[in-house]
Design a protein around this ligand. Structure first.
Ligand code: HEM
Length: 398
């Protein structure tokens, strides 16, 4: 069953695999669009914080990022609303490069550095009776358990998520520090994972398995991108209009096993050539996968358990904006500790119940990549729409 059949409502449709989907599957149909390489930024420009959508979703990924989860000291709207209002001011300052009076000064003379700040709200923010429970978007659920996960407490949970990105590690560290300082009375950092990508190569970024990662993403200005990512009025509460959902998975790579497996196995695992990014069915990086292609013996050129095939066949599409991480070795694991190296998988979807959860279940069940990776976190975040004036997510407290 190919993607087209699935999307056109074939008998073995995606809808049959999921419960609780918010949007009709047909709304997302034909979402695949034509893939376009989205290269990392360079050149130190300003990315406007304000707009109908939050920056940091459609905008090209700079080479550095930090994913930071915060816990509210008190989840009352009386505490959350002022924090988001203050964070909005700080985010405007760090993205514009115009330092506030209490700025700590590390990026003086460095320019704005394509810094983006993207805010997300976690399910736990809506747990307490005192929080705005009725305003919780239907799509914002605790993710189900996925087979094979080894979730580590150190990397899970949080009431609020801040994703900071920028051209240099100094830009990212600085921006996160200003946000952290501003939050001090209201929220505490729960976990932070820094990440990086190849800098301004003009090509799709490669992950630490050596493969291009993001090839199948639709172009940011395409109809397909909008249909797969942005909530429209009626999709959720009004403060989510122009927003999206972010699924985050911290994935550790078993690099020793990957390196030992050799190139042929690696390429069969992904379903694409490492050097060119071309599908194993032929062509170049942006050539669509031909899932029906077989070799002279009738064996599928893209194996049944190849990551890209399984992901392609299990949902209508998503926009992936992951970052690599390298934290040395697994903390506290002794002299034989394995590398703590991998990827913060980050995917934006308009309806995670259709676009993310079934894909993750399918991958957990049959992805050849599972031999080489372990998922250590699972989180879903509501990313409110952008704001042209006033604080982010103001409608949540209206
Ligand atoms: C375990 C870590 C992961 C790695 C290293 C990884 C890597 C890759 C690579 C190299 C590709 C092929 C090139 C491309 O289109 O970007 C790909 C495709 C894809 N991956 Fe992953 N991925 C991972 C996890 C996931 C997860 C957790 C999901 C979703 C639940 C996912 C969804 C997809 C999708 C939708 C595609 C595009 C398939 C298509 O061609 O239509 N991946 N991934």
């Amino acid at each position: 069953v190919d993607r087209r059949t699935l999307l056109k409502g074939g008998a073995v449709g995606v809808a049959g695999l999921v419960g609780g989907a918010v949007l009709g599957r047909e709304v997302l149909a034909d979402g695949a669009g034509s893939p376009a390489a989205v290269a990392t930024t360079g050149g130190g420009d300003v990315v406007d914080f304000r707009g109908p959508h939050q920056a940091g979703v459609a905008t090209a990924p700079p080479a550095h990022a930090a994913f930071a989860a915060f816990d509210m000291r008190n989840r009352s709207p009386r505490a959350v609303a002022p924090l988001l209002a203050l964070w909005t001011i700080v985010a405007e300052s760090v993205t514009s490069g115009d330092a506030r009076p209490d700025d700590t000064g590390e990026t003086k003379h460095m320019g704005a550095g394509n810094v983006t700040v993207t805010f997300g709200l976690g399910p736990s923010l809506f747990d307490d009776a005192c929080a705005a429970r009725s305003a919780r978007p239907d799509g914002l659920v605790d993710l189900p358990a996925f087979a094979g996960d080894r979730l580590e407490p150190a990397w899970n949970g949080g009431d609020l998520l801040v994703v900071v990105r920028g051209d240099t590690g100094t830009h990212v560290s600085h921006a996160l520090r200003q946000l952290r300082n501003a939050a001090a009375d209201a929220a505490a950092v729960r976990w932070v994972q820094h990440g990086f990508l190849p800098h301004a190569t003009g090509k799709t970024p490669r992950n630490l398995l050596g493969h291009y990662d993001g090839t199948a993403n639709p172009a940011p200005d395409s109809d397909a991108f909008a249909r797969l990512v942005w909530l429209e009025p009626g999709d959720g509460p009004s403060w989510m209009d122009g927003g999206t959902f972010l699924a985050l998975r911290r994935v550790r790579f078993h690099l020793d096993a990957w390196d030992a497996a050799g190139l042929t196995t690696q390429e069969a695992t992904i379903g694409r050539k490492r050097e060119s990014g071309a599908p194993l069915s032929g062509g170049e990086e942006t050539t669509p996968m031909n899932l029906d292609a077989v070799d002279g013996n009738g064996v599928p050129k893209i194996p049944a358990d190849a990551h890209a095939r399984v992901a392609n066949q299990s949902g209508p599409g998503m926009v992936r904006r992951g970052y690599s991480f390298d934290n040395g070795t697994v903390a506290g694991a002794g002299p034989d500790a394995e590398p703590d190296i991998g990827m913060m998988f980050a995917a934006f979807t308009r309806d995670p119940a259709i676009q993310f959860v079934p894909v993750q279940h399918a991958l957990s069940a049959s992805d050849a990549l599972n031999r080489f990776v372990v998922y250590t976190s699972a989180g879903l975040w509501a990313v409110p729409g952008g704001t042209t004036s006033g604080p982010i997510a103001a409608g949540l407290f209206a």
